[in-house]
Ligand binder design. Structure first.
Ligand code: CA
Length: 222
């Protein structure tokens, strides 16, 4: 998944990253409202973890702005344990859930999984297509029940394709998912697509190229 963390406290930001970065997640961290606003204007995220008290304003302001602009990305706000009024304001401003500080990593991870499940309308954590199954809780991908040992970028690509199975996974979104800003060379994505194609040969599933648009995971009748 591609996650955005907006938190100015470096220790909390580090522990959020530590909790969310494993298992193939791409995590971007910003410390100020202004940077987060720019990131949200230019890229798509699967989930936003948003602190309320930021140095250049309230996270709730950003939340109201993006909801007003029609952005429905799931947002989890971080609030102080005893501030019930703030949590209520947050939920009323369009937050999908909240986590109180200090939090435990297992609770953070479970709440994030639950939010992603809801936003993707899944009843369990796994993403499936034909013989393929990805479990974001363990980071395991299986093909016909056999575990594929995928390096992080192939895992990110597989997840991006599974999230859009039988629909187009837009090329730009896949690049965002796999690479940090400025990291991707002109053919970087194709390299990982061709590696995954090799692994999927003869499996009944293939990755189709839609030139100029992206890729699609689909049944392979051959
Ligand atoms: Ca803060």
């Amino acid at each position: 998944m591609r996650l955005l963390i907006v938190e100015d406290d470096p220790l909390i930001a580090a522990s959020l990253t530590k909790g969310l970065a494993p298992l193939g997640n791409t995590v971007e961290v910003f410390h100020r409202l202004k940077e987060a606003r720019a990131a949200l204007a230019h890229s798509q995220f699967d989930l936003v973890v948003l602190d309320i008290g930021l140095p250049d304003g309230s996270g709730l302001k950003l939340l109201r702005e993006i909801r007003k602009g029609g952005n429905a990305t799931p947002v989890m706000i971080l609030t102080a344990r005893d501030d019930i009024a703030e949590r209520v304001r947050g939920l009323d401003s369009g937050a999908d859930d909240y986590l109180t500080k200090p939090f435990s990593l297992p609770e953070l991870q479970a709440r994030v999984r639950a939010l992603l499940r809801r936003s993707q309308q899944r009843t369990d954590n796994r993403l499936r297509f034909g013989p393929l199954c990805f479990d974001p809780a363990s980071g395991d991908v299986t093909l016909n029940g056999e575990r594929l040992d995928l390096p992080p970028r192939e895992l990110g690509l597989m997840e991006g394709l599974l999230l859009h199975a039988e629909r187009i996974a837009p090329r730009e979104q896949l690049i965002d998912r796999l690479f940090g800003f400025g990291e991707a060379g002109p053919n970087a994505l194709e390299v990982y697509v061709s590696r995954l194609r090799k692994r999927l040969q003869g499996s009944g599933v293939r990755i189709r190229t839609l030139r100029g648009l992206g890729y699609r995971l689909e049944d392979d009748p051959a």
